[in-house]
Design a protein around this ligand. Structure first.
Ligand code: FES
Length: 694
């Protein structure tokens, strides 16, 4: 593994190299990087071993929630994914339970500050930022709390251009840029205080919210209004080998690759054909990582068709109606075995195939992080919820729901608002809707002049191409954002290429018949290299069904407004000009399956609770004994008792209940822990601890 030194979208900023040790070995990382990324940079994925069964442990959430990444840094147990590397740091793998340093000095107890604020916004991602913008622009006192070192939440991982509308959610602009735009706006609002590196610990019954400010100072906040914009966490799947280092969420992968610029893998496989999995695959390719394949259990991918097409054009095999059977490897992932699903969701015998890969990305959906909302509701606080915490959808929808919930708070405060919230909610529902089935689109007969061709064939909310055309010649059917775009042809297209460059789906080409009807010039968007393509270079032109051949580039340019999307023009025979949708720079390398690596596993070998290493077999056994109460299951097995606090395994255990024929209404939910993450005890007494310590 290595650091990414060239990227088509991300700026590579020179960072200072620093030395550190891991288990006595001198290694090099970069200043400001978190420990887990520095270890990945040095090809280290195994951070320790579990006390129960000595199983290897490594990165999982990359988000500070699971503690799978625990290491000992300068004598203190820390989460590697949340702790910045420092020069000369001594890091040891965490084998078994970490020991705390002896600390028996008397503690000086201090009062904890209670701060009042009109609105407390928890979460500085798309929804929280957009809500804070609305509130701050109305001079409302806001404290915005976020646990990361910079604002933006998941936006800082999203190198692709956003869907939606330009005026409402910055469509056509990349997520990372939207994060910066919103972050700058809220940072300059006088009534807004921003607390980054600060984590909300709990919402208490007296209406106070406990926050660890800047990593080591415990503060209580008394908000008049509370907005929860805490986003989502990734769902997991139960299969043999699911906890091997190298198996982790697509979001964690994007953190390593897009935030920390670590080439975190050589060969990845992806489980899940929703937008998260499809986008992660494209991000991997942009970072120079081979995508071996993607499996989707349903008969078609659930994500946007344009995202799926982008991967297919680059030769990534997409196995629909397939699932992962096992992740294989001793200490870390070496291969995965997939199989075809029958109509009754069993593996069709004989369809198993094993592929070598070092990373398996799980992208099987997200769960809302809504615990604070439910607590606050229970304690009768005035609370609102936005973004993925409210309902899982695209980040553009989160920007919009953040705005809506902020307007509701303004209304409650007594500020008059001009917007009609009902209308805004209707639009939000459009943005949150699941993508419909693609439709068949007729190719135009036109073979003269110059005009854009639209290769999107799914009615999703997206219209930046309609705003960007200087001739105003691109419209959507009935001017509806969810309808497909078309070229009106009322006035000449001037061939500016802006529609090609702005399209988030990379699904518009420009066809120019003006000079040669037999060999029109077709212009494509390219986001796979930061280097300008030379005229005369041969590129591979593709349709959605495969490669069409190699052709010479006649022109390459960047438009000022879209500096990361290169427009590449190629002369093509007229018979393929209209079906050509993209170009690639190298031939796809298909990974052949290995000799079948298939062994049978029992339920006792498949882990459902990763913190306490509780197997599916153990849970099933107690359910069959008649245990339907999560608290009882927890007492019997420890499932849900670990540092992840049941946040991942609860959904998985619910599925086992279902398999065992226990209805949802007969399951007794577990008691939710009051604290969201582990903290040093002294913090409640006002004792400052070494940052990151426990
Ligand atoms: S991987 Fe670090 S806390 Fe989950």
């Amino acid at each position: 593994m290595e650091n990414i030194v060239k990227h088509p979208i991300l700026e590579i900023i020179d960072k200072k190299k620093i030395d550190f040790t891991f288990d006595g070995k001198i290694l090099t990382g970069f200043e400001g990087m978190v420990i887990s990324s520095a270890l990945f940079l040095n090809r280290i994925k195994i951070f320790g071993h579990h006390i129960k069964d000595r199983s290897p442990q490594g990165l999982f959430c990359a988000n500070g929630q699971c503690s799978q990444c625990n290491v000992i840094a300068d004598g203190i147990p820390v989460k590697a994914c949340m702790t910045p590397l420092t020069k000369g740091m001594t890091i040891q793998s965490c084998n078994g339970l970490p020991e705390l340093p002896i600390e028996d000095n008397p503690v000086e107890v201090k009062d904890i500050n209670v701060l009042n604020t009109e609105v407390l916004v928890i979460g500085g991602g798309p929804a929280g930022l957009s809500a804070t913008k609305v509130l701050g622009e109305n001079n409302i006192d806001v404290i915005l709390v976020d646990d990361k070192s910079s604002l933006g939440g998941k936006l800082v991982l999203q190198t692709h251009k956003f869907f939606g509308s330009q005026e409402d959610v910055y469509a056509g602009t990349r997520g990372i840029e939207i994060g910066e735009i919103l972050g700058n706006i809220v940072s300059n609002l006088k009534s807004v205080k921003i607390w980054i590196n600060s984590i909300v610990l709990a919402v208490f019954s007296d209406g106070l919210v406990g926050v660890i400010k800047d990593g080591d100072q415990y503060v209580l906040i008394k908000p008049n209004y509370l907005l929860i914009a805490t986003g989502a966490r990734e769902k997991m799947l139960v299969f043999p080998g699911n906890t091997l280092p190298g198996v982790y969420g697509a979001g964690a992968f994007q953190t390593l690759v897009n935030r920390d610029l670590v080439k975190a893998a050589e060969n990845v496989f992806i489980v899940g054909g929703g937008n998260v999995g499809l986008i992660a695959g494209y991000h991997a390719i942009q970072a120079g990582i081979n995508v071996v394949g993607l499996v989707e259990a349903l008969s078609q991918c659930g994500g946007y068709k344009v995202h799926e097409d982008k991967l297919k054009r680059l030769g990534v095999p997409i196995y629909t109606s397939h699932t992962v059977i096992s992740a294989n490897g001793e200490e870390q992932l070496e291969s995965i075995t997939i199989g075809k699903l029958t109509d009754s969701w069993d593996i069709e015998p004989g369809t198993e195939k094993t592929y070598a890969c070092d990373t398996l990305l799980i992208a099987v959906g997200l769960d809302s992080v809504d615990e604070f909302y439910h607590k606050a509701q229970r304690f009768n606080m005035k609370v609102w919820i936005a973004g993925d915490a409210q309902e899982i959808a695209e980040a553009s929808a989160a920007i919009f729901t953040g705005k809506i919930e902020a307007l509701k708070i303004l209304k409650e405060i007594g500020v008059s608002i001009s917007e009609n919230i009902g209308d805004l909610e209707d639009f939000a529902n459009l943005m949150k809707a699941k993508p419909p089935d693609p439709i068949q689109r007729e190719l135009t007969d036109k073979e003269e002049g110059i005009f854009p061709l639209f290769h999107c064939n799914q009615e999703i909310p997206c219209n930046p191409c309609t705003n960007v055309c200087p001739q105003q010649q691109i419209k959507t059917v009935d001017d509806l954002i969810t309808q497909l775009p078309y070229f009106t042809d009322d006035q000449d297209c001037i061939g500016c290429g802006k529609c090609v460059a702005v399209c988030p789906g990379l699904a518009i080409t420009l066809v120019d018949y003006r000079k040669d009807k037999e060999s029109p010039v077709v212009t494509f968007p390219l986001e796979l290299t930061s280097e300008k393509i030379e005229v005369g270079k041969k590129v591979i032109v593709v349709s959605n069904d495969g490669e069409l051949g190699e052709f010479e580039v006649t022109r390459a340019r960047f438009l000022k407004e879209f500096p990361k999307t290169q427009l590449i023009s190629v002369k093509l025979p007229s018979e393929i000009a209209k079906v050509a949708v993209g170009i690639k720079l190298t031939r796809s390398s298909y990974t052949e399956p290995m000799d079948l690596y298939q062994q049978s596993y029992t339920d006792d070998e498949i882990i459902v609770c990763r913190c306490e290493r509780v197997s599916v077999g153990e849970i099933r056994k107690w359910i069959r004994y008649g245990v339907h109460d999560f608290n009882e299951l927890k007492a019997l097995t420890k499932a849900g008792m670990g540092s992840f606090g049941g946040k991942t395994c609860t959904t998985l255990i619910n599925r086992i209940f279902l398999e065992e024929g226990v209805k949802q209404e007969n399951i007794i939910s577990g008691t939710k822990r009051p604290l969201f993450v582990e903290v040093p005890m002294g913090i409640f007494a006002g004792v400052k601890t070494k940052k990151g310590g426990k």
